[in-house]
Design a protein around this ligand. Structure first.
Ligand code: HEC
Ligand code: HEC
Ligand code: HEC
Length: 423
C-alpha cells in the first residue's frame, strides 16, 4: 500500500509517535515496546441503547431491507416480466412521478429528462434520457428497466423501483408513457442546471480559522472538559498534564484493531471507554461532550498524515470486511457505498457532488454548515444509510469500525485537518 517517498513519510510519522510515547513516560508509560495500555471500560455499549434515531431524521422503519448488519433484501429477478400488450400510461402523471422527491429521490437525481429537468438541478450519474423516446426502445424494455434494471445490468447503480415496491406497475407504466414523449435535447436555462457544465464545489473557507469555522466551539469546550473531574474524582488533566505534547500525532493512528473489544476502535468510542475507566465520566458517543473531545484529540494531531496499522492480520481482515460491507447493497433503494462513492464518484446526484473515498476522512469530525452541527464519521455513515432508506446501526457497531478502518486506509497519508467544514 505504501511505496517510495510515501514510505519515508510513514516512517517519520512512526518516529514522531514513538517520541510522544517517551514524553508520555511521565504518566507511567515506558518505551514503545512495553508501553502501558490505555485503560478501557470494556463493559456495556459506548452509545445509547436502544439506539434512537436523531430528531429530525426520517422516521421510516426499513428493517425489511439489507443493512450493514443483516442481509434481508429480495434477490434480483432472473428474467424480464412479460407485458400483456403495449403500455397505456398517463404521460402527464409520469412527468410528475419522475420528479417526485418523496419517492426515493426521483429519477432526476441521476438523469436529465428533457423538460422535467428544468429547475430541478438534475444529476448525471445515469445517461441523459432527453431523447429516449426516439431511441427505439421497446415498451417491455423500458418497463423492466424501471421495474428492476438488474435483469439487464447486474452491476447497475439504478434502484429496483418496482422490485422493491417504490412504484407500482401503473406508476411505472405512466413513467414509460412519459419517457416515450422525450424526443428533443434538454434546454437548460443556466449552466448550473446542466450537470455536465455545473462546476464541482470547492470549499474555500479556512477551516482552522476560529472565525470562519463555528465548529471550533468544540476545541474550547474540550479544553474545559479536560480539567473537569468525573465521578472517579479525576480529570484527563490528572494523568495527562501536557495534552498538546502527548497527543500531537495520536489521532492520526486511529482507528485501530482493539483486541480487548474484539473490534475496530475509533477515537469517539475510545473517548467513551477510556473516560469511563479513568475519570468516571460517561461521555456516550454522539453526545456533545464526546464530539468535543474527539474534535480536540484530532485537532491536536492536525497536519499529521493519517497512518493506521494496515499490516497486522486483524487489521487486514477488518479492512477486507470493510471493503465487502462498502459493496453491500443497502436499504429500499438498494445502494452500496461504492455505488455512489466509487462507480459514480465525481458526478452529480441531483445538486450534490459525489466525492471519492480519498479526502472523505481527514476532516472528521466536521462542521456541517447546512445543519449548524458537528458530525463525527459514524454519524455521517448513519446518514448515508438513512438517506437511502436503510436502517442505520448504533454508532459503536463493529461494522462501522470495519468500514472506518477501510476508509482510513484509503486516506493513508492525507493530513488531518479537524474540524473540517462541509455543506
Ligand atoms: C442512482 C442513479 C439513478 C436513478 C435515481 C435512476 N436511474 Fe435510471 N439509470 C441509471 C444509470 C447509471 C443507467 C445506465 C444503465 C445502467 O447502469 O444500468 C440508467 C438507465 C436507465 C434507463 C435505460 C436507458 C437506456 O437507454 O437503456 C432508463 C429507462 C432509466 N434509467 C429510467 C429511470 C427512471 C424512470 C428513474 C426513476 C424512477 C431512474 N432511471 C432513476 C441511474 C439511475
Ligand atoms: C488515571 C489516569 C488517566 C486518566 C484520568 C486519563 N488517562 Fe488517558 N491514559 C492513561 C494511561 C495509563 C494511558 C496509556 C499510556 C499513555 O499513553 O500514557 C492513557 C492513554 C491515553 C491516550 C492514548 C491512547 C492510546 O491508545 O495510546 C489518550 C488519547 C488519552 N489517554 C486521553 C485521555 C482523555 C481524553 C482523558 C480524560 C477523559 C484521559 N485520557 C484520562 C491514563 C489516564
Ligand atoms: C446515494 C448515494 C450515496 C450512497 C449510497 C452513500 N453515500 Fe456517502 N455521501 C453521499 C453524498 C451526496 C454525500 C455528500 C457529498 C460528499 O461529500 O460526497 C456523501 C458524503 C459521505 C461522506 C463524507 C464526505 C466528506 O468529505 O465529508 C462519507 C465519509 C460517506 N459519504 C460515506 C459513505 C458510506 C460509508 C456509505 C455506505 C454506507 C455511503 N457513504 C453511501 C451519497 C451517498
Amino acid at each position: 500500500m505504501r511505496l517510495g517517498g510515501i514510505l519515508a513519510i510513514g516512517t517519520a510519522a512512526v518516529l514522531l509517535v514513538a517520541g510522544a510515547f517517551v514524553i508520555a513516560g511521565g504518566s507511567g508509560a515506558g518505551a514503545q515496546g512495553n508501553k502501558k495500555e490505555a485503560p478501557l471500560d470494556t463493559n456495556g455499549d459506548a452509545s445509547a441503547r436502544p439506539w434512537k434515531r436523531y430528531a429530525g431524521w426520517p422516521a421510516r422503519d426499513e428493517s425489511k431491507w439489507n443493512t450493514l448488519a443483516q442481509v434481508a433484501s429480495p434477490s434480483a429477478p432472473k428474467a424480464p416480466r412479460k407485458l400483456a400488450g403495449p403500455i397505456t400510461g398517463d404521460a402527464a402523471k409520469g412527468a410528475e412521478l419522475v420528479a417526485d422527491r418523496n419517492r426515493g429521490g426521483s429519477c432526476l437525481a441521476c438523469h436529465v429528462m428533457g423538460p422535467a429537468g428544468g429547475a430541478n438541478l438534475p444529476g448525471n450519474v445515469g445517461p441523459d434520457l432527453s431523447q429516449i423516446g426516439s431511441a427505439g426502445r421497446e415498451d417491455e424494455y423500458l418497463f423492466n428497466y424501471i421495474y428492476d434494471p438488474r435483469v439487464y445490468n447486474p452491476e447497475t447503480v439504478m434502484p429496483p423501483w418496482g422490485g422493491h415496491g417504490v412504484f407500482n406497475d401503473q406508476e411505472i407504466s405512466d413513467m414509460v408513457a412519459f419517457l416515450k414523449t422525450l424526443k428533443s435535447p434538454a434546454a437548460f436555462k443556466t449552466e448550473l442546471d446542466d450537470p455536465e457544465k455545473r462546476p464541482a464545489p470547492v470549499e474555500k473557507r479556512e477551516n482552522l480559522d476560529p472565525i470562519e469555522n463555528p465548529g471550533m466551539w468544540a476545541v474550547d469546550k474540550a479544553q474545559d472538559l479536560w480539567k473537569q473531574a468525573g465521578a472517579a474524582g479525576k480529570s484527563c488533566q490528572s494523568c495527562h498534564s501536557d495534552a498538546k505534547a502527548e497527543f500531537k500525532t495520536w489521532a492520526a493512528s486511529m482507528p485501530r484493531w482493539e483486541p480487548r473489544l474484539n473490534k475496530v476502535l475509533g477515537v469517539e468510542e475510545f473517548v467513551t471507554r477510556h473516560a469511563r475507566a479513568t475519570t468516571g465520566a460517561n461521555w456516550l458517543m454522539e453526545t456533545d461532550d464526546n464530539r468535543a473531545m474527539s474534535v480536540y484529540l484530532h485537532f491536536l494531531a492536525n497536519g499529521t498524515p493519517i497512518q493506521i496499522d494496515t499490516t497486522s492480520a486483524e487489521s487486514k481482515a477488518a479492512i477486507e470486511r470493510g471493503k465487502e460491507l462498502s459493496n453491500r447493497k443497502l436499504g429500499e433503494l438498494n445502494f452500496a457505498c461504492t455505488d455512489c462513492h466509487g462507480k459514480s464518484a465525481n458526478h452529480w446526484i441531483r445538486g450534490q457532488w459525489l466525492g471519492e473515498p480519498k479526502g472523505q476522512y481527514d476532516h472528521f469530525p466536521t462542521w456541517r454548515t447546512s445543519l449548524l452541527a458537528i458530525w463525527d464519521i459514524r454519524q455521517r455513515f448513519q446518514w448515508c444509510q438513512v438517506n437511502i432508506r436503510a436502517d442505520e446501526l448504533p454508532p459503536d457497531a463493529k461494522e462501522y469500525g470495519d468500514l472506518e478502518l477501510y476508509l482510513a486506509a484509503q486516506n493513508d497519508g492525507q493530513k488531518l485537518s479537524v474540524p473540517g467544514i462541509r455543506h
